[in-house]
Design a protein around this ligand. Structure first.
Ligand SMILES: [Zn+2]
Length: 383
């Protein structure tokens, strides 16, 4: 069943930032809850411009949180939000800042506690305040999704609710100019992987495939430049690729490469986009061998094959092996690791552990059924 989502207002382009004033004026907002990723906030130049714009308003700042939203930070944010009762939430930063803003805003308004809601034992029943997001990385696409990631005791939860979809998205590519190379690489890879997986996902629709295809095309053309020698044009293109990847997975969700990656990130600290990309080429080759007997897409193996061909066309390749080669080439061109040992995973036991951590439910969105044993074999091939 398709989730009914509200419409987002999107402002995109150099200087889009000035629209924030019009948004706040339009809603007659006097008080703001600002969730800002401090280093990105100051380095991007956004702080200077935003503080000027907020000077006339009461601003409650939520800063000093760790990467990847954790329950402790979410609860601290909810407490701070409730004691200041602002009218709107503004998030500025990468995926963590945006997800925290979604969780703090919406969860502050609920009866149930944060832990209960995140673990699926409590319900989201009422709207939170309006949310404006300003991404400073070109990657997660969180600005376009109704999902929020949260970690409790090292375990990752993805909470989905239509109320998490930001009301206003302001993408000013200038604010990604300060992205460090490593972030441009990892977040750009995330956008690319999300879009590739989205195309073969069981949850894909004609609409999501349109967004994802355009995103893959943009990433192939602009990611290497955006990492090695960024220009305003390549950064703007990657901002668009990231946003479109969010639009795509907002409908289709992600598949096996994402599911396998989370354990690498929590235990080995592998940046998300890099961890996902490590198995993407293998997964392309695995999914290309789908048959009716192991197909999880109700539309059948032939349909999945057609989706794989859509991807191969985007890669300019005729075979799945060629497609995997193209992915590897892209990763090498931006200096991303292609082997597990490059990210500190070098033992058979570690690989078995990672395979054992994969959430089986998430694998259901992969077009070809895959067992933990097959995942382990695949990872061993990447040691
Ligand atoms: Zn991702």
């Amino acid at each position: 069943m398709q989730t009914e989502l509200k419409q987002q207002v999107v402002h995109f382009g150099e200087g889009a930032f000035t629209k924030v004033a019009a948004i706040l004026d339009g809603l007659s907002v006097r008080s703001v809850f600002l969730v800002a990723d401090e280093p990105a906030y100051s380095a991007s130049g956004a702080a200077e411009e935003l503080e000027l714009l907020l000077a006339e308003r009461k601003v409650e700042r939520f800063l000093g949180f760790r990467p990847n939203p954790r329950l402790e930070d979410i609860e601290r944010g909810i407490e701070q939000f409730r004691s200041s009762s602002p009218e709107i939430v503004i998030a500025i930063g990468g995926g963590t800042a945006m997800d925290l803003a979604k969780l703090i805003g919406v969860l502050s308004a609920q009866q149930a506690g944060a832990r209960e809601i995140i673990t699926g034992r409590g319900a989201i029943e009422v709207d939170g305040p309006p949310l404006v997001v300003l991404p400073t990385t070109a990657g997660t696409g969180s600005e376009a999704t109704h999902f929020a990631v949260a970690y409790i005791d090292g375990r990752k939860y993805s909470v989905a609710n239509p109320r998490f979809l930001p009301d206003y998205v302001v993408i000013d590519p200038r604010f990604t100019h300060s992205q460090p190379t490593q972030i441009a690489m990892a977040s750009g890879l995330d956008a690319f992987c999300q879009s590739v997986e989205s195309i073969w996902a069981v949850g894909a629709t004609e609409e999501s495939i349109c967004y994802a295809s355009e995103s893959v095309r943009l990433a192939i053309e602009h990611l290497p430049k955006c990492v090695a020698d960024p220009t305003a044009k390549s950064r703007a293109a990657m901002c668009r690729a990231a946003y479109l990847s969010g639009k795509a997975i907002n409908i289709s969700k992600t598949t096996a490469s994402h599911a396998i990656s989370y354990a690498m990130t929590t235990r080995y600290g592998t940046p998300h986009g890099m961890a996902v990309a490590l198995t993407l080429g293998q997964m392309l080759q695995f999914n290309a061998l789908v048959t009716e007997a192991d197909c999880s897409d109700p539309r059948g193996a032939e349909h999945v094959q057609a989706r794989i061909n859509t991807l191969l066309d985007l890669f300019g390749q005729a075979t799945a092996a060629g497609g995997a080669g193209k992915i590897r080439e892209l990763m090498i061109s931006i200096g991303a690791p292609v082997l597990l040992r490059e990210v500190g995973i070098d033992l058979d036991d570690s690989v078995a552990w990672i395979a054992g951590q994969v959430n089986a439910e998430r694998l259901g969105n992969n077009p070809r059924r895959i067992s933990k044993q097959e995942i382990e074999e695949m990872l061993k091939g990447l040691l």
